[in-house]
Design a protein around this ligand. Sequence first.
Ligand SMILES: Cc1cc2nc3c(=O)[nH]c(=O)nc-3n(C[C@H](O)[C@H](O)[C@H](O)COP(=O)(O)OP(=O)(O)OC[C@H]3O[C@@H](n4cnc5c(N)ncnc54)[C@H](O)[C@@H]3O)c2cc1C
Length: 200
Amino acid sequence: MTTLRHIFDVNAARIVPTRESRKNVRFSALSPAERENLLSSYHPDYKAGAYREIRAGANKGGRTVSELADLLESDSPLDPGMSLVPDHTTDLLVIGGGGAGCTAALIAHRLGIRAMIATKLRLGDSNTVMAEGGVQAAVGEDDSPVEHFKDAVRGGHHKNDRNLLRVLVEDGPEAMLWLCEQGVLFDREPDGRLRVKPGG
Ligand SMILES: Cc1cc2nc3c(=O)[nH]c(=O)nc-3n(C[C@H](O)[C@H](O)[C@H](O)COP(=O)(O)OP(=O)(O)OC[C@H]3O[C@@H](n4cnc5c(N)ncnc54)[C@H](O)[C@@H]3O)c2cc1C
């Protein structure tokens, strides 16, 4: 029977002896023809004609996936004779009804701004309702925005935009409070406190 241990041993026997020599191998860039040949020979999802040249428009001569090229070359689905009198008017048009869009519209509304959301599908049909892993915000008793900042800088290998990160860690607890006040249902401990776990 092939066990995981067996697979690891076989792989180690193949990989370890050649590791040093492979570290110094430098591969040159493939030409488009070599790339096409490699993909068509070995890629399991290779589809001939997946890319083609765009024949018209600002990107004429460029190559892209055939579906996008078809779309770029097609006539507009809008009726050229359509009325340009707007059906609705608003002070603020928010495109998208996920967490960001709904928050923007709610805050605008409370500031007395007439806001309207235009969204694909139904309101709330978004990535936001699928998020279930957790929210990175320093709301734990032994946590703080400073600790959050330090953790995120380490996790980001010191490449983070520190000004943006500062906004995230400083606004995080207040944003959580605001979401709770709006009635967002977060996991809670039996005593009602928010359930907190270390972020990864
Ligand atoms: C399965 C899953 C799990 C996740 N888990 C986590 C997690 O644990 N923690 C975390 O922090 N993040 C998580 N994320 C990421 C997080 O959900 C997103 O980063 C966040 O919800 C983005 O919010 P948003 O409002 O910007 O976008 P969305 O929530 O995606 O909202 C975008 C809105 O725009 C609409 N829209 C799109 N195109 C158009 C268009 N052409 N015209 C009009 N409307 C349009 C959509 O219908 C939608 O309503 C997860 C994402 C997924 C998919």
